[in-house]
Structures are given as structure tokens and as C-alpha cells.
Ligand binder design. Sequence first.
Ligand code: RIB
Length: 330
Amino acid sequence: MSGRVVVVGSANVDLVVDVPRHPGPGETILGGELRRTPGGKGANQAVAAARAGRADTTFLGALGRDDAAGLLLASLERVGVRTDLVARSDAATGAALITVSTDGENAIVVAPGANELVVVDGDAAARLAEADVVLAQLEIPLETVLAAAHARRRGARFVLNAAPSRELPEEAWDAVDVLVVNEHEARDLARLPEAADGAPPHAAAPGATASDGEVPDDDPAALAARLLRQVPAVVITLGGRGCLVAERGADPVAVAAPRVTPVDTTGAGDTFCGVLAAALADGAPLADAARLASAAGALAVTRPGAQDAVPTAEETAALARETYETVGER
Ligand code: RIB
């Protein structure tokens, strides 16, 4: 293991019910048995980074003092995630109410609880300063995300999975080295208003013009070009269609997804982010890291649960080798 990853983010107990379809407003429907499983975007990503077997992984988060906290710590520690920087508080551990339909699609509502209390203190800052990759999402306070980004050492990469999407201040855009978003999040972020004088706030990406304020919703390359004005690299995940890797000054790379039959998509994006971060920390180029991440994400959707569905490094490598010509293995 040569890389070091710190994942800063949320941890939730997932309360999951399988449903024939998602209920509409005001509607009650009957589902299957309730499952209580470890989740939360941050903790899921930490588990995936550790299971990738390429990076020493720390999770920086906050839990309550309840049963759910025990479930989450056990899941993180089982795969070797360092949990010494996980704060404990009297707030309830975060919880997510999840319905999963028969086609594997989910709908999620999060009660953040202790996730609101994640902070970067002195010990955390010291660990962040040793990391090769700092990975964060947006289920914790934005100030904490920014503090984590600022605590990284020069040369370390800050990877932001902007999920759930929200408006980002200029300071956040400036901190990001690699932005990872799905198509919905990309659309939300790409519709940012132009700067007052009509000029883009950052250097334009190749092919982007100041007049392309309206970004076609269905064109990932256009979305990526728009986002490259804000950040140096973007990965847009496209579900079963794979992902698009775009870096300033280079042609975008389309990465196909391995063909699988989805059972539960919950946490598949988190698996993708965690594996991507671990591979980057271990020195893989972004497109190779995205291939491994796509293989891991594809395996994750074939299994129920979030952390419980994260594949091993061997499983991921085997599927990646079957699917791609180069996979960035050591
Ligand atoms: O991305 C999936 C995760 O989102 C779930 O595990 C849930 O806890 C929410 O954070």
C-alpha cells in the first residue's frame, strides 16, 4: 500500500425497504422487510478506498453514542479503515431512509444528526497534511469540507464528490482538483451563473466558449467542458453507460461500464469515488483510476446494501481486466 487517503464525510445507518415502486406524494405503499445496514456517503467511500487495497485509509467523521455508531465502526474497522479520528457526540448517529425499487433504483432521505458535527481539529489537520488524496462529499458542513481541503499538503489532491449537489462558493471551486458528479449533479453545477461581466470565472476549457451559458442537459461532454472552467478535472458518472473523464488540456475519455444486472444501486457511486481516490493516491492516472472505479461500481450494483456491496480488490481487478485494455494496476 503506497498511497494515503483521508475521507472526510458522513456516516449513516441505512434503513432500507425494497418496494415495487417508489411512492408518490401522499401515497402509502407496502414494501419488504426492513434492513438496517452501514451507510453514509463518507463511510461508504472510506470502506471502498480501504477495500481497494492500494491506500492506507482514514475516515474523518462523527457518530453518536448509539447502536448505529457501533454498526458503523464495526463495518469501517472490518476492512481496515482507521477510525481514530471519528468524533463521538450526544447527537444521534446519522440515518438514511432508503427505498429500493425492483429495477435497483433508490430514493433516499437523510437525517444528518451527528454528521453536522464533523470538524477538522488539530489531529485531523495533521493526518490530512500527510494524505496523498483527500476525498469529501457534501453531507457534512461545507466549512468542514473547505477546512479539510485547505489542510492538505501541497501536491496532495482534493477530490470532491459533490453529492448531494448544492451551490458551491468560489472558495470551494478553487480548492477542487478532481470533481466527481453524476449527471444530475453535473447539470445542477453547470448551470452556475456567469461572472458579472459575462466572462467565465476561470480559464476556459478547450472547446468551451463564453457564449455556451445554456448547457445541453443530455450531453455529458458539454457538461464536462462547462465544469472544466471551474476545476482542472471532472469525472461524470453515467450509471450503466460508464463515465466521462475530462481534464483541462486533454481530450475527454469515455470509460464504458461493465455490463451487469442491477440489484441495488445504493452506494455504487460511493464505491466508485473510494476506489478512484485509492488508485489516485497510489499513482494511477485519472482515466485508469476511473476504469478500476467503474468496475468496482458495477460490482457494487449487483449486491444489496452500500458498504456491504463493496467488492474486494481482487474482484474489481478481475472485472476490470475482462473489460478494459488498460486498468492502471500496479
Ligand atoms: O450514496 C448512498 C448513501 O447516501 C447511503 O448509504 C445513505 O446513507 C446516503 O448517505
